[in-house]
Design a protein around this ligand. Sequence first.
Ligand code: APR
Length: 228
Amino acid sequence: MTHILILTGAGISAESGLGTFRDKDGLWTQYDLEEVATPEGFARNPALVHDFYNARRANCLEAQPNAAHAALARLQRAHKGHVTIVTQNVDDLHERAGAKDVIHMHGELQGALCAACDHRWPAPRVMSPDAPCPSCDTPSTRPDIVWFGEMPYRMEDIYTALGDADLFVAIGTSGNVYPAAGFVMEARAMGIATLELNLEPSDTASAFEDARFGPATQVVPAWVEELL
Ligand code: APR
């Protein structure tokens, strides 16, 4: 049976009320990503960075998974072959919709990391620069989020899964940020079928053999329904 590898981006959580990054009034039109999503920005002003992620963590807690998250969880349960979900999103809406073993390549809002000793623990609702690490006690805690210039998580697992896949599907991502934006070309090079499900053609749309456009809450359930 077919192994489907799905890559999701902010667009799958847009209809849950969580902002995307590059759409009109997206997060990067409201905040300077250099200040809130880079290690240099964190070193300059950790309080601003914590405020940014505390606000996103609060939004995430209030948000609900939508029909697209639910459809992917259903696909994982009902599809005879394997379904790997890789997400660029740091929200936990896939998990709250019932998805399993989601690979968060850009980290998670629900995770905290100590910049001094690499200890990880479940993030409190509100993080602050002077909160001590529960393990080494130094005030060096940060959100467990992969910032620009840092290495995304679990890349080996992702490439192993991609190499084994029969179908690569990108959902709700603009194809702006590598290495995720390059997965479609890797898939094509390995002769894997490719499909884009997005509100509108992404920056990598031309690389996909097939595409369906519209809101994720309509396009994703319809696609899953057809598959099952
Ligand atoms: N349904 C489907 N797609 C949608 C919807 C929707 N309701 N709303 C928006 N989209 C699409 C947009 O057309 C766009 O292609 O989702 C995509 C969102 O693109 P971005 O805002 O660039 O988000 P993403 O691709 O996930 O960004 C990748 O960039 O800032 C970093 O680490 C951050 O993980 C993020 C990465």
